[in-house]
Design a protein around this ligand. Structure first.
Ligand SMILES: [Zn+2]
Length: 307
């Protein structure tokens, strides 16, 4: 058995379903986040490529993982702790399993309740990389997201971290880690940099605060304006064991694409689990981690423009 079936599921059933009156207000409140994503994207992608080129260094052996499954309030597994110690971003898990990780960035937001409902209906787990300033926009959302898999730190204001002074970048990261731990009632040990932009300084900050930096194998391109059919094609085309899928929970087109993505998971005999679960069950080797995106089949900037 590879997952816990008690605590998280029990909380999931208690989740309220909708906040119709708040949707428009939230959509307006979140508009700035999406807009800034587009403006900063090209420079972020360039920064990411540079960071990858500079990210070589010594590694550490990863011991076999037999920890208890992650869940509500559960600390990271020994496999995840070993990956944190490497201080390098993760693009995918080992490719030999039947698990994939669906990830949703930039929430909580106006579609969070709907995403949670669809995931619950299809018995799919997920990981939510939340923006600190959005935490209080949807009551109890982060706790419900954690119950569906895991939540991760996506900074407080969604800046391009590589353009900030290190102390300012650290404040963005730590403020959100603290706020998410408080709002979810559990430890926060996953981090994703906005736009995928990181460098060795950011890598070190993330590691020093006990978190694992998660990039992605497949970009759904929802934040680039893809419609639901394109999102389906992008995601389904990249579904394979060990893949980490980038999506956003504040796009209606993404929500519309989910049912066919769940159908493809079934037909490919793949199971959607949280990032923490995926890396616990199928941890990448240190050599694979050192290989960066290329070791996960990512070349050039492909898959590194969203986030
Ligand atoms: Zn983002």
């Amino acid at each position: 058995m590879r997952r816990s079936e008690h605590g998280p599921r029990a909380l999931r059933a208690a989740a309220p379903l909708a906040l119709p009156a708040a949707v428009c207000v939230l959509a307006m409140a979140l508009a700035g986040c999406g807009g800034s994503s587009g403006q900063a994207r090209s420079s972020a992608a360039a920064g990411t490529s540079a960071a990858i080129a500079h990210s070589e260094g010594a590694g550490t052996d990863v011991p076999a993982a037999h920890a208890s499954p992650p869940g509500l309030g559960t600390p990271e597994s020994s496999a995840v702790r070993s990956l944190i110690a490497l201080g390098r971003p993760i693009y995918c898990a080992a490719p030999h399993g039947n698990e994939v990780a669906l990830t949703f960035d930039d929430g909580p937001g106006p579609y969070t309740r709907l995403v949670i409902k669809k995931l619950h209906l299809h018995h799919a787990d997920a990981t939510f990389f939340d923006v600190g300033r959005n935490i209080d926009l949807v009551a109890h959302a982060t706790r419900q997201e954690r119950a569906l898999g895991a939540v991760g730190d996506h900074t407080f204001t969604h800046p391009l971290l590589t353009a900030l002074a290190p102390a300012e970048a650290e404040r963005e990261i730590v403020r959100t880690q603290t706020a998410l731990a408080r709002s979810t009632g559990g430890p926060v040990f996953l981090f994703r940099p906005p736009f995928g932009a990181h460098n060795p300084t950011i890598d070190a900050i993330v590691r020093d605060h006990g978190m694992l930096q998660i990039l992605w194998t497949v970009d759904s391109a929802d934040s680039l304006g893809a419609n639901y059919a394109q999102i389906e094609r992008n995601v389904i085309g990249g579904l394979r064991g060990g893949a980490i899928i980038l999506m956003h929970e504040n796009h209606g087109q993404t929500v519309r694409a989910l049912p066919n993505i769940f159908g493809a998971l079934l037909s490919k005999h793949l199971r959607a689990v949280s990032v923490a679960q995926l890396l616990t069950d199928d941890p990448p080797s240190p050599a694979q981690v050192r290989g960066g995106g290329a070791a996960c089949g990512i070349h050039g900037r492909a898959g590194l423009s969203g986030g």
